[in-house]
Design a protein around this ligand. Structure first.
Ligand SMILES: *[C@@H]1O[C@H](CO)[C@@H](O)[C@H](O)[C@H]1NC(C)=O
Length: 351
């Protein structure tokens, strides 16, 4: 049997249904509140489903003693979906603190393929292409070849399970934190890391995205990578297209789907359950009283290329990252206002 994210999800769902003794029958969509993120609230991190039971969150920004100032964290934390508990201590931290890290879980390892670092004293987070792999057996990070192309964070990351290749689609090369320090530089570049060969595939092997994107939603369903919404040079420049790449026909490049998000949004998070993609929240909402945050939950059916509106997030957020596991979409942390406003809120959506 080939283990895809979907089959893993189904197995975990069965397992948790057995553990909890709950019937497996149909139920209404609902939210469930989970154990909050320990140590620090978190935003602009990445969330990964490691196997049928465990999630990891890595990197991101955390509050500092000065309100309105945030620090980039190297934290790597593990969560058990069966027991609703976080591992009592963080795992060995990322080799450097990164926000908007590009990361993927492949064959039980965590690949960290660049992100934005917090070094500049000029108030600009800049992309780095430095890359590492974390091995759970040796509990250590090893450095990988540096991304040869455009260094960036906030790429849409998808894994081709058949080849062990990790695709980084788009992203941003810099995020100025102060007024007038420059633009949020979005890119359309696509880079590929081959986890089996341990090296980057030659730049340009895969066509660029049909448009520049960062802060997009991303999922892989049945060997097709979907990049949903996102933005182009700034929080308010939200986008609603869906770009798709069939891993079996990579040479054909990206297709812009007919179905557009009912609400164009960036800073969203997404997870797929049973062929449907759920896209949550986002940043850049111009509506008064929204705090600049979107509360929408909308679902994309990959088979019919159509969208459906599904009400509001229980706690509207942006700048988080979802992972689908066991029939639910887990959403740890995120920001509750435009810009930095990290929370430790953690919940799961069962469609
Ligand atoms: C999932 O991964 C975690 C972290 O490595 C590990 O502790 C756990 O035993 C794994 N579970 C399964 C079912 O493989």
């Amino acid at each position: 049997m080939k283990f895809t994210a979907q089959t893993l999800g189904l197995l975990a769902g069965l397992q948790s249904a057995l553990v909890s003794g709950k019937p497996c029958g149909p139920h209404r969509p609902h939210w469930k509140t989970l154990a909050p993120i320990p140590i620090n609230p978190r935003q602009e991190h990445t969330t990964l489903a490691l196997n049928t039971t465990h999630l990891a969150i890595l990197g991101g920004i955390v509050p500092t003693p000065t309100p309105s100032l945030y620090a980039t964290t190297p934290l790597l934390q593990l969560y058990n979906t069966l027991t609703n508990t976080w591992h009592p201590t963080p795992l060995p931290p990322l080799p450097v603190p990164l926000n908007h890290p590009n990361a993927a879980a492949v064959a039980g390892r965590i690949y960290l393929l660049g992100g934005l670092d917090d070094e500049g004293a000029d108030g600009i987070w800049r992309g780095t292409g430095r890359s590492w792999v974390y091995d759970f057996d040796s509990q250590g990070w090893s450095e990988l070849p540096e991304l040869p192309g455009v260094a960036r964070g906030s790429a849409a990351v998808g894994v081709d399970e058949a080849t062990g290749r990790v695709y980084l689609a788009g992203g941003m090369t810099q995020l100025p934190l102060v007024e007038g320090a420059g633009i949020q530089e979005s890119v359309d570049v696509v880079s590929v890391f081959d986890t089996r060969a341990g090296e980057w595939v030659a730049e340009g092997a895969v066509a660029p995205l049909p448009g520049r994107r960062d802060h997009a939603g991303v999922v892989v369903v049945d060997g097709v990578m979907y990049v949903l919404g996102g933005r182009d040079q700034g929080q308010l420049n939200v986008r609603g297209e869906v770009f798709a790449l069939d891993f079996g026909r990579v040479e054909e490049g990206w297709v812009t789907k007919e179905g557009r998000m009912p609400t164009a949004r960036g800073g969203v998070c997404a997870g797929a359950v049973g062929g449907k993609v759920y896209v949550f929240g986002g940043e850049g909402n111009p509506v008064e009283g929204s705090e600049g945050v979107f509360d929408q939950v909308e679902a994309y059916d990959t088979k019919t290329d159509t969208w459906e509106k599904l009400g509001k997030m229980e706690v509207p957020r942006h700048g988080t990252y979802a992972a689908a596991l066991g029939g639910g979409v887990y959403i740890p942390g995120g920001g509750i206002k435009l810009g930095g406003a990290p929370v430790d809120t953690f919940n799961v959506y069962y469609p």
